[in-house]
Design a protein around this ligand. Structure first.
Ligand code: PGA
Length: 260
């Protein structure tokens, strides 16, 4: 696992957007897995700036969702499909036909989950999956004690996650209890995992995921199993890392030819 400590969220966004731009240069029809929440927004703004500057061509880019609320009506402004259309697809000029996600409004949720895993595999798999981390260590909506081999399925949110996400809704009671999320096993199939964590509230989850034991209690620790996982953290989120100086020295000494 590579840990990159950046000065702030904007620097993290730029670094990851540059890696995504390199991916689309190498593979114009790459499948990019995107995440919701506040953390990835600097990545999306940096991507938008590259498209505007003409240094990023997304004319064949494909995009997929990590997770979705269950039970919000299709088109609900806080459904993750709508959030990502607003924050990513529209600003980058990528049409909805090249964007897919699990159907949280499906009548048969189990079938929708299975169909999504099959669709990702049929599409050749995810090339780069962007991830955030919950204060409870979740990735996607794989809450603590999710199976490390799990596939896309329905999950119940912890009260901590519902409280964390209440800011997006008019009242905390409106936050759904259930979600469809790519499983940890599904996430681990992406060719490159890039987790961004910013702010002091994430410092404990980050140290557990990166330096703690591999365990289902901390779902993000599953990144330790992946052959190409990058964790980008700002100084505040890096505050509890024991090996911070080593990570800084390693990144500073990184050969120029090696990207993230
Ligand atoms: P946040 O959410 O970026 O809004 O903190 C991260 C997550 O829950 O994965």
């Amino acid at each position: 696992m590579e840990i990159v400590i950046v000065p702030d969220a904007a620097a993290g966004g730029e670094l990851i957007a540059t890696a995504i731009a390199e991916l689309f240069t190498r593979k114009p029809d790459a499948l990019l897995g995107v995440a919701t929440g506040s953390t990835p927004l600097p990545v999306y703004r940096a991507l938008e700036a590259k498209v505007e500057a003409g240094t990023l061509d997304v004319s064949r880019a494909r995009v997929c969702q990590l997770d979705e609320y269950v039970g919000l009506p299709a088109g609900h402004p806080q459904s993750y499909r709508e959030v990502l259309l607003r924050e990513v697809l529209e600003p980058l000029g990528i049409p909805g036909e090249r964007f897919t996600g699990p159907d949280g409004a499906a009548e048969d949720i189990a079938a929708a989950a299975l169909a999504y895993d099959r669709e990702l595999a049929a599409g050749g798999g995810v090339d780069l999956q962007l991830l955030g981390i919950g204060t409870d260590g979740h990735i996607g909506f794989n809450e603590p004690c999710s199976s490390l081999a799990s596939r896309t399925r329905i999950k119940t949110l912890t009260e901590q996650t519902r409280a964390d996400n209440a800011r997006f809704f008019d009242s905390p009671d409106e936050v759904p209890h259930h979600v469809l999320t790519q499983g940890i096993g599904t996430i681990l199939e992406a060719r490159h995992l890039v987790l961004l964590a910013t702010g002091a509230a994430k410092a404990h989850a980050v140290v557990q995921a990166v330096e703690g034991p591999l365990c289902a209690l901390v779902p993000a620790s599953a990144l330790q199993l992946h052959p190409h996982a990058t964790v980008v953290v700002d100084e505040a989120a890096a505050a509890e890392l024991r090996l911070a100086d080593y990570f800084r020295a390693t990144y500073a000494a990184k050969p120029d030819w090696q990207s993230l």
